[in-house]
Design a protein around this ligand. Structure first.
Ligand code: TYD
Length: 215
């Protein structure tokens, strides 16, 4: 058995991942006697945060879809090597806000790039490392966009400015991924209240962690 436990948190924009993650961490710390490391993509370490600035800059409207994909992949590689793997080696539980499935959902289903190419690039960047558990927060595109519009604290990035149909394709992408990998990906209904979503996420993580680690 490998060390550590890698969890990815996925969902369309406005699913509430970032808020949920913030609330889940202290609750998990109370229950699991392990180091818990929250992090995010694109970013998490200085080089990947610098790549993030380039990708999400609202002025970069000329960015080609393949350029965008390769930048996400480059940020993923650096973040994995510099932060995720060393923490897993210390036997931590690492929770990453977006990972491999975001590239398939956004650049594949959303932008129309070939999903097989993205799968290969993900494998190349991660040395075939897959999360032990992926939590997919599901929300309709209409509700997701409404939440973004009413959340004054949230920075509006270039991808937030995409139209409704892009968001719908992204959601379809996630639902297809869920069908293909039901053993790895679990869906949680993110249209529920934040307290309920947090409660379900915490319960799911504890259950899967205990099953996998036999604790
Ligand atoms: P962010 O502000 O982190 O959004 P969120 O809080 O919704 O995660 O911006 C990340 C954006 O990057 C988000 O719109 C999804 C997009 N993205 C991709 O298109 N492909 C990827 O591989 C990743 C990791 C993110």
């Amino acid at each position: 058995m490998t060390n550590g436990f890698l969890i990815s948190l996925e969902g369309p924009d406005g699913a509430g991942k970032t808020t949920v993650l913030k609330q889940v961490i202290p609750k998990l710390r109370d229950v699991v006697g392990k180091e818990i490391v929250p992090t995010r993509e694109p970013g998490g370490v200085a080089i990947a945060e610098a790549i993030r600035q380039v990708i999400l800059d609202v002025n970069h409207t000329a960015m080609d879809a393949k350029t965008e994909l390769l930048l996400y992949i480059a940020a993923r590689r650096q973040h994995l090597i510099e932060k995720i793997v060393p923490n897993l080696e210390q036997d931590a539980i690492v929770i990453v806000d977006r990972f491999i499935d975001s590239s398939v959902a956004y650049q594949g289903y959303g932008r129309g790039l070939a999903v097989a190419d993205i799968a290969w690039l993900n494998d190349y960047a991660t040395d075939h490392r897959q999360p032990d558990l992926t939590i997919y927060l599901d929300v309709t595109s209409e509700l997701g966009l409404e939440r973004i519009a009413t959340n004054a604290d949230r920075e509006i990035n270039r991808l937030d400015l995409e139209k409704l149909d892009m968001h719908q394709r992204v959601r379809q992408g996630y639902l297809s991924l869920l069908e293909q990998a039901p053993h790895r990906i679990s869906l949680i209904d993110a249209s529920q209240s934040i307290d309920k979503v947090v409660e379900e996420v915490v319960a799911l993580i504890i259950k899967r962690y205990q099953e996998t680690k036999h604790v």
